[in-house]
Design a protein around this ligand. Sequence first.
Ligand code: ADP
Ligand code: MG
Length: 344
Amino acid sequence: MFLLSFCSKQQTGAREEVRREFVLGTICQVRLYGQGSDLVYNRIFARLREIENTMSVNMADTAVDRINRNAGAEAVEAPADLLEVIERSLFYARLSGGAFDPSIGPLVKLWGIGTATERLPSGSEIASLLPLVDYRHVEIDRERKRVFLRKSGMALDLGAIAKGYAADEVAAILREAGIRGAVIDLGGNVFALGDRSVLDARAGGRALNWRIGIQDPLKERGTYIGVMEIRDKSVVTSGIYERYMEADGKRYHHILSSRDGYPVANGLLSVTIVADHSIDADALSTAVFALGYEKGRALLESPELKGIAGQAEAAFVFADRSVRLTAGMAEYFAMNNDDYRLED
Ligand code: ADP
Ligand code: MG
């Protein structure tokens, strides 16, 4: 039954399985499996462009760009969605003691990893920018809806959280449209909405999990270390393989230490987070990666986090090919790659 109806939809071409567009600096893909209309897809991608036009630092005259250009000079008006994302990023900055820092902009720009201007900066260039990276100098005026960066030269970069926010926005659009099962993938920032039973006549009322592969950080894209079985949750990975450059025979990836200004080096290859909301999974994947295993695990246990994000789980992949899971993660994740070994 399922296959037949599936084929006829394919033949008429009336209903798209998936739509893919380059936005937010990455390939964004939404799979509605024939349940959506053109209208729904259009609404989704229009919202993604709107978020990009507000939060990108790689486009001229976005609200974030205006905030950055007025650093040290004056407070700049920001739309509600941007204020929400900045506030959440400051929560994660406080929670991680600044390991996650949305004011990392000057360093991201200096390295330019993944852009046309990427290069290995000198130690003194890095040192000169470190005083500008400090989330405590980001001021939000909620009443007047303004953001002020206290020091001239400061700059926000929301690259570690904006795609998560965007995935939650897509999920909201889909729920409003009555779609009960879909997979949103914004450059590896995944939201598995609802469950898979809507697509499978054999489900017979049972909820079926989505299956999401977790990338092997050392192999070409599409090689997995294991599979995540989840429903109505977001899964996000931060790793050394997402974006990097090579210089002097060394590899430099794009998650930077706010303390020394160099790519974080702590033995981790990747951190995968499962959470109810993608904004939290995205911020946490970067924050926990930046903190490292011990401190990252402690952060995941903290009551402050649970109050905001609920129960979040993590899978840690190390350079020695060991993998460690939080207690709840063991229920979602099954390893299926012999190159890696699970440890307690
Ligand atoms: P991806 O963008 O590949 O999904 P992440 O969510 O981990 O990966 O975000 C990495 C991006 O976050 C970087 O490209 C940069 O824009 C920004 N960033 C880098 N280091 C930090 C940091 N310590 N705190 C906050 N943001 C960071
Ligand atoms: Mg992130």
